[in-house]
Design a protein around this ligand. Sequence first.
Ligand code: FEO
Ligand code: CA
Ligand code: CA
Ligand code: CA
Length: 675
Amino acid sequence: MSKDTFDPTKYNHSNNEPFAAVMERELSRRCILRAGVGMAAVGMLSGIGLTGCSNTENDENLTTPKVELGFDSISGAKLDAVVVPKGYNAQVLAPWGTPLNDFAQEWQADGSNTALDQANSLGMHHDGMHYFPLHGSSTDGLLCINHEYIDQQALHPIGPTKDSNSLRTIIDEVRKEINAHGVTVVRIKQTNGIWSLVKNDSHNRRFTGATTMDISGPVANKTLLETPFSPGGDKVRGTLNNCGNGYTPWGTYLTCEENWPGYFVNTGTQTEDQLRIGIDDKNTRYGWDDLAGNVDEVADEFSRFDITIKGASATDDYRNEANGHGYIVEIDPYDNQSSAVKRTALGRFRHEGCVYGNVAEGQPIVFYSGHDSRFEYIYKFVSDALWDPADAERIDRLTVGEKYMDQGTLYVARFDDNGMGAWLPLTMAAATKDQDVLADHFANLAEIILNTAGAADLVGATPMDRPEWAAVDPVNGAVYMTLTNNTKRTTETNAANPRLNNSTGHIIRWQEGDDAGQFSWDIFVFGAAEDGTAEVNRSGLEALNQFASPDGLAFDARGIMWIQTDNGAPELTEYTNDQMLAVVPSQLTTDSGDLEAINSENQAELRRFFVGPNGAEVTGLAFSPTQTDLFLNIQHPKNWPYSNDAAMETPSNQSVRPRAATVIIRKHDGGEIGV
Ligand code: FEO
Ligand code: CA
Ligand code: CA
Ligand code: CA
């Protein structure tokens, strides 16, 4: 997300600051999380948590596989081009507007494509992404791509058409905007090192801001979802502001609804959950509701964004429409007849991403997800069902999703200042910090989920510096989460968010404890400019790895962690555009085998691998199974792409209509990426 879509309002008024200002240095003051316990131990979800300091006596026979970065850190850059290390190339694939089938005409550089074209083409502002191989192939697969939001200026020939009152007037423009949101599933193939999109493949499909979807879990009931469009309350329309992503061990894609509140308006009396999440009382982000009641409106396609109570009952207005948004949405990319399903048990908030913890037979499936707003929280969901490896092979994937994602317990994180933390359940019986229980505040679990952040306030969760993506180390199960920045932290810090005016962000890490309610944590790295003060540049970063605003985050199968940035702080933007760095956290250990954070001694192990073009954020990350192809997304570039070669600079005397695009990075020799 760029600053164009981030909502800077602070909606958390709970004053949850459960710890006094603890300003001890996180990096040196205590022994921390345990290092790699070897691939053999991957999946021992509850067996690897530490409950204190060094505890390596059981690890003697376990080894961590050696992965070494095989490229030199590259310099920052400020070009209308991407930059990759020597020996690599970068290809542009599937930019916004590329037709998926013959129902769309080719993308027009003058912005004149129609809403129908857009419904059958790649959406705008690519974000989270995953590669799903067909038959295990690294040269033939399905790419699922989130489209977070739109640039109205670039989408239309000369921006959005409005009347003298600034109201939208052209139906096809608004439909085009709605269709530019959502998710793309597209088949891609690689031949001789070049990837191409397979037009008209039967897997190709779009989920847009208007696609009818299913909804399941606690909120799926008529009382909360009934609308004139769905009197039974069993269908919802559209997925919006699809930011980070996830995928599941059973082969489905997860898309995360982030800044969805801005698409709705309630000009009447707001409910508690609407106030807490930040639904506006005046306007919607793009004015789609301006066309409500237009003679050509179909099935209240624009009216539904106005959720003000206007009629006698829920079938007379769209008071419940927003209740169908704010979720993790599951998509089966392999089955082109399947519906997307909104999994409400994982909570309703501004979901950034969704990643599962290491998986083990007979253990629950765990998902982590952050709420990206200032002073918001980190959540995990633990399934009731225990993992059966046979479920990974089933082809009724959404039925498997129902098994693991519809029943379970949602928790929110409290980071204590001794390096330990508590996962606080959000259940009716859960104790609040005021010594009552959530059942004293909510009628049922559905209401807790609808106002997830409000429930988290009550139990005393720790307000964080904008939680974004999480990633799980395949070597040892440690979970990492980016906290992108928080310049509004002006008075009080807590141990997990220890810097005032945190303009450069940090990455926190934890390991699960002996039961689902505890964990241990430390801060892995602090973003900073190399010339930052000691208070700011706590990880000792230097020119070749200075970064700010970590956002996208993922491990590849070998244990390399990739960090992507969005909106580098002013301290950094003089030096470089947004970027992607790599590090192998499981290799950074103390002599006694504890995991180490980045510090001035080992900082050179954090290396810059990629720099994006001017104006863009670097986001979305996927790998082919052979690790020879790295897919990432360039969102909101300024004057790019100029050619299919992502590294070819747009000539300074030319201006192109900017297009978000996937970039595929390969080695010239086709070898593994990063090593
Ligand atoms: Fe859409 Fe939080 O970035
Ligand atoms: Ca984004
Ligand atoms: Ca961001
Ligand atoms: Ca993001």
